[in-house]
Design a protein around this ligand. Structure first.
Ligand SMILES: *[C@@H]1O[C@H](CO)[C@@H](O)[C@H](O)[C@H]1NC(C)=O
Ligand SMILES: *[C@@H]1O[C@H](CO)[C@@H](O)[C@H](O)[C@H]1NC(C)=O
Ligand SMILES: *[C@@H]1O[C@H](CO)[C@@H](O)[C@H](O)[C@H]1NC(C)=O
Length: 352
């Protein structure tokens, strides 16, 4: 019995140790100004409760950090913490000071429950604890109760609401981190540009982002395609960057997507190989001649239509059955469930 829980337990201990070290380093870094404000008992109890709620929701890294270093997040009377889901946090690869900056960039000194966020106009900006930089509310869908900040979906609203603290879970980082920038003396955290009235001035991506990606990700993750949804979220920045003006897509969603631990360039390819830059209903696909090559978001790589069998069989594409045709759609996207992930076999594109 002991052996069955050894591995997760070890991983957990390793994570906690790494975070404890990180928290120690971060506190050293801020010793000069944190000594003056010993945490009050009520604030302490609140942060413990918030930490407990985070752990219950599966956000172990933020739960641990909030326990070890509440002062990073709770240096102001009110705060909203946007907790990043564990696998998206690069805590082992960042220097402690940059990690702390990153955490503070995910915390706002305003107390905002989901209902408050939904009342913000799309394009408005919120202050953060990081050097007066802002985060932008890039998408609001009031009816679907969907909020996106810096293009990242708030996937777990209201994990904790207590007194002056709100905690929400998000799928990924609010900023890309370019260590190269740090070495050159630039800011590693890329904040959006907002004007004095705190509304978004120029966000090229948003204006070109016509496909409802965050809706797609939410539909996928709440309907049994969690791993693929996470993969899509992880590579979305790249897709938005390289496919500006993309107006519609077809997505083939596999139930199990076992590539999340792959290097990001490979993950990019694999996810993109499941997306066509055009919207096809099942009927439209079925009307195409067999052996039609379907362009994907990987330049030069195609899926091949195997054609529907005369015997009323399901359509197959590159040897994989379309098992759930037209499961979700809008004017701009169409999602089909497939029996398994496509194989990106020969990597003809990675000849570097
Ligand atoms: C923390 O949680 C406990 C148990 O749920 C509750 O009794 C207590 O009032 C909470 N503390 C604060 C400060 O919210
Ligand atoms: C904290 O939030 C409360 C209630 O939302 C508000 O009355 C108070 O002014 C806020 N404090 C600060 C310092 O923003
Ligand atoms: C900013 O707000 C002021 C006062 O509300 C308004 O007059 C001005 O037009 C706003 N500026 C922009 C760029 O929206």
């Amino acid at each position: 019995m002991a052996s069955s829980c050894t591995r997760p337990a070890l991983a957990y201990i390793a994570m906690s140790a790494a975070l404890a070290f990180m928290a120690f380093k971060m506190s050293q870094h801020s010793n000069s100004n944190s000594e003056s404000s010993p945490t009050k008992p009520i604030a302490h109890e609140l942060s413990l409760n918030a930490s407990r709620a985070l752990r219950k929701a599966g956000f172990n890294v933020f739960a641990t950090l909030l326990r070890l270093s509440p002062e990073i997040f709770l240096s102001t009377p009110n705060s909203t913490i946007f907790a990043i889901r564990d696998p998206a946090i690069p805590y082992t690869s960042l220097p402690p000071w940059l990690f702390k900056d990153l955490l503070q960039y995910h915390t706002s000194p305003l107390n905002l429950a989901m209902d408050d966020l939904l009342k913000k106009p799309q394009g408005s900006c919120l202050p953060t604890l990081y050097r007066g930089k802002l985060m932008a509310v890039t998408r609001i869908e009031f009816k679907e109760r969907l909020v996106e900040i810096n293009h990242v979906l708030v996937s777990h609203p209201n994990i904790f609401l207590g007194g002056p603290i709100s905690v929400h879970g998000v799928l990924g980082l609010f900023s890309s981190l370019d260590p190269q920038n740090v070495h050159q003396g630039w800011d590693a955290i890329q904040a959006p540009t907002c004007d004095f009235n705190s509304s978004l001035v120029s966000d090229v991506m948003e204006s070109k982002n016509m496909v409802e990606w965050s809706w797609i990700i939410r539909l996928l993750s709440s309907n049994g395609f969690v791993s693929f949804a996470i993969g899509l979220q992880d590579v979305l920045d790249g897709i938005l960057e390289e496919n500006r003006g993309l107006e519609s897509v077809t997505i083939f969603a596999p139930p199990n997507f076992a590539f999340l631990a792959f290097p990001s360039s490979l993950l990019q390819q694999i996810v993109r190989f499941h997306i066509l830059p055009q919207r096809y209903t099942y009927k439209e696909l079925a009307m195409l001649p067999a052996r039609t090559l379907l362009m994907t978001l990987v330049p030069g790589q195609y899926l091949e239509l195997n054609g529907a069998d005369k015997s009323k069989q399901r359509l197959a594409i590159s040897g994989v059955q379309v098992v759930a045709p037209d499961i979700f759609s809008s004017d701009r996207f169409m999602i089909h469930g497939i029996s398994r992930a496509f194989e990106v076999s020969e990597h003809p594109n990675t000849a570097i």
